[in-house]
Design a protein around this ligand. Structure first.
Ligand SMILES: Cc1ncc(COP(=O)(O)O)c(C=O)c1O
Length: 489
C-alpha cells in the first residue's frame, strides 16, 4: 500500500471556490441525463491535480483504485454520536465484504468498532489485525454472517470465539457436529439467530436469508439442554430499496425483532444484543431533481420490448435499468439512524438492557474511494455512437446491480492541458464507455454520456465513491487481466 500524503491543489492565478472547481471538473463529462455525483474534498483535490493522476496511472496501471480512510473515521464517529445522543449502547461492526482492503480493518480498530465477516479469508485477515491489539472494547468484536459456512469456518469461529450468525437448521446441525468432533474441551459456541421478517407483514421484503420467527423460536428451544451452544443475539439484515429506506420501516423491523428477543429470552437464553445489519442509506448525488428526472425517463420504457423507447439516448442498446440502487437519498446514514432511534425505541432497547449492534458496509465507506482509468481510444460504431475505450473492464466497477448511477469526470493528462481554454479541445460528442472484455456487451456504464469539449486518447476518467462494493465486489481476472491496485492516500 502507498501512504503518500494528500495531493495539494495546484496554484492558480485566480483562486477558485470549491463549487467553481466542481463545476469546472464536471464540465467535460455528463450523463445525457445528468447525475452529478457528490465528490469528497480529497477527491476533488486529486482530480484538480492531473499530474498526480497521471503519476498514479503510470505507477500503478489502469485502472487504479485510490482510497482514503479519513471519511470512514468521521462516518463511524457520526453514527457513534447519534447513538450516544439517543442514549442507546451501539456497537458498530463494519461489513468487510464492502471492500477487501485490510486498511479499513485497521481504521475500524482504531475507532474501536467490530467487524462482520462473510468468509474464511475475511475472518482470518480481521483476526490477524485484531490480535495486534492488546484489548478490544467489545465482548464479541467479530460476528460471522457468511451466507454459506463450511465446517472449517464454523470450527475456526468456535475456536476464535467469533459469534456465528445461524441462518438455518442445517447450519446448526453442522455446528453441533463440529462441536462433537472438537471434543468436550473446546470452547462453547456463541451464536445469534438470523431472523426473516414476516412475509405477511412485510410482503415487499422477500429474502432467502434467515428463519421466520416461529421456526427460529423452535430452534432456540431445541438448544435449551445444550450448554455448549449459547444464544447471545438476534440478527437481521435486509436489502432495502426505495421506500424501505424510510426510518419508520426500519423501526417496524426492529419492533418485530424485539418481540423475537423477548421470546428467545423467555425460553431461557441470555440474549445480550440485537443486530440490525447494514443497508444504511448513502446519498451519491448532488441534486434530487437529477434523480427524479432519471427515474421518470428510466421508467418510461415500453413493457412489450422492455427497452427504452421513450428516450433512446438514455442507455446503450436501449438497455433497461431495472435493478438499481436508490442513488439519491434524502438522508445520510447518521441522520437516518437518528430518525430510527426515536426516544420510544431507545426506551424499548434500554428497558431490555440490550446492546444494539449494526453492520454497515456502504455507509462507512461513503467518500472513501474513487477509480481512475485511462482512455485508450475513441471511435465510432456503425450507428455513429462514439465508443470511449478505457483500460479497465466491467468487473472493476460493478456490483450485482444493472448500473452505477453517477457521472464520472474527465480530465486531461496534465494541469496545463486541463485548462478550460485548452487548444486541443474538440467538438462536443456523445457516447459510451467500453472496456477490456471481448464481449459485445462490455459496456462499463450503461448510460450514454455527453462530452461538451470532446474526450481523447490519454485523458483520464475518474469515477467517484467506488469504495463500497463497486471496486471489489465483482472483480474478475477474466482474460488473465490483473486486478486493479488499491492505493491509499
Ligand atoms: C449480513 C449483512 N450485513 C451487512 C451488510 C452490509 O450492507 P451495507 O453495505 O448495505 O451496509 C450486508 C450486505 O450485503 C449483509 O449481507
Amino acid at each position: 500500500m502507498n501512504h503518500s500524503p494528500l495531493p495539494c491543489r495546484p496554484e492558480t492565478s485566480h483562486p477558485v471556490s470549491a463549487t467553481d472547481h466542481a463545476v469546472q471538473l464536471r464540465s467535460r463529462c455528463r450523463g445525457c441525463i445528468p447525475l452529478d455525483a457528490v465528490w469528497s474534498p480529497w477527491m476533488t483535490e486529486l482530480a484538480a491535480d492531473s499530474d498526480r493522476v497521471k503519476q498514479l496511472i503510470e505507477f500503478h496501471g489502469s485502472p487504479v483504485n485510490v482510497l482514503s480512510t479519513d471519511p470512514m473515521r468521521s462516518n463511524i464517529k457520526d453514527l457513534q454520536n447519534v447513538a450516544s445522543q439517543a442514549s442507546v449502547p451501539l456497537q458498530i461492526h463494519f461489513a468487510r465484504k464492502a471492500n477487501k482492503c485490510a486498511e479499513f480493518v485497521r481504521t475500524g480498530l482504531m475507532e474501536s468498532i467490530g467487524f462482520d465477516v462473510a468468509s474464511e479469508f475475511e475472518k482470518q485477515q480481521t483476526l490477524d489485525e485484531l490480535y495486534r491489539l492488546p484489548q478490544h472494547p467489545f465482548d464479541s468484536p467479530i460476528v460471522c454472517t457468511a451466507a454459506v459456512k463450511p465446517v472449517s469456518l464454523i470450527r475456526s469461529c468456535v475456536l476464535s470465539n467469533i459469534v456465528l450468525v445461524i441462518d438455518n437448521e442445517d447450519e446448526l446441525t453442522t455446528l453441533r457436529e463440529t462441536l462433537a468432533h472438537l471434543g468436550s474441551t473446546a470452547p462453547k459456541a456463541r451464536i445469534a439467530f438470523r431472523l426473516q421478517h414476516c412475509s405477511a407483514k412485510f410482503p415487499d421484503l422477500p429474502s432467502r436469508f434467515g428463519m421466520p420467527a416461529n421456526e427460529l423460536t423452535l430452534l432456540a428451544r431445541s438448544l435449551c439442554d445444550e450448554p455448549r451452544i449459547q444464544v447471545v443475539g438476534i440478527h437481521f439484515h435486509v436489502h432495502r430499496s426505495d421506500e424501505q429506506f424510510s426510518p419508520s420501516f426500519t423501526k417496524a423491523l426492529i419492533d418485530d425483532a424485539l418481540d423475537v428477543v423477548d421470546r428467545v429470552r423467555e425460553i431461557g437464553h441470555a440474549v445480550a444484543w440485537l443486530d440490525i445489519g447494514g443497508g444504511f442509506p448513502v446519498n451519491y448525488l448532488c441534486h434530487q431533481k437529477h434523480w427524479q428526472r432519471f427515474l421518470k425517463e428510466a421508467h418510461t420504457f415500453t413493457e412489450s420490448s422492455g427497452r427504452f423507447e421513450a428516450n433512446r439516448k438514455l442507455t446503450w442498446n436501449q438497455r433497461p435499468l431495472k435493478d438499481i440502487d436508490p442513488t439519491w437519498q434524502p438522508m445520510n446514514a447518521a441522520d437516518w439512524l437518528r430518525a430510527v432511534l426515536t426516544s420510544s425505541l431507545a426506551y424499548e432497547i434500554n428497558r431490555r438492557e440490550l446492546i444494539l449492534k449494526c453492520e454497515p458496509g456502504r455507509a462507512l465507506l461513503d467518500g472513501c474511494g474513487l477509480t481512475i482509468a485511462e482512455v485508450l481510444f475513441v471511435k465510432r460504431d456503425q450507428n455513429q455512437n462514439h465508443l470511449i475505450g478505457l483500460m479497465m473492464n466491467s468487473s472493476q466497477c460493478r456490483t450485482t446491480r444493472d448500473d452505477f448511477l453517477v457521472d464520472p469526470i474527465v480530465i486531461s493528462a496534465s494541469n496545463e492541458s486541463a485548462k478550460p481554454t485548452n487548444q486541443t479541445d474538440h467538438a462536443e460528442i456523445e457516447g459510451y464507455f467500453v472496456g477490456g472484455y471481448c464481449t459485445e456487451s462490455e459496456y462499463l456504464m450503461q448510460r450514454r454520456f455527453r462530452f461538451p469539449r470532446g474526450i481523447s486518447r490519454g485523458d483520464f476518467v475518474l469515477i467517484p465513491n467506488t469504495a463500497a462494493y463497486q471496486m471489489h465486489f465483482a472483480e474478475s481476472r477474466a482474460h488473465q487481466m490483473p486486478l486493479a491496485e488499491n492505493v491509499f492516500l
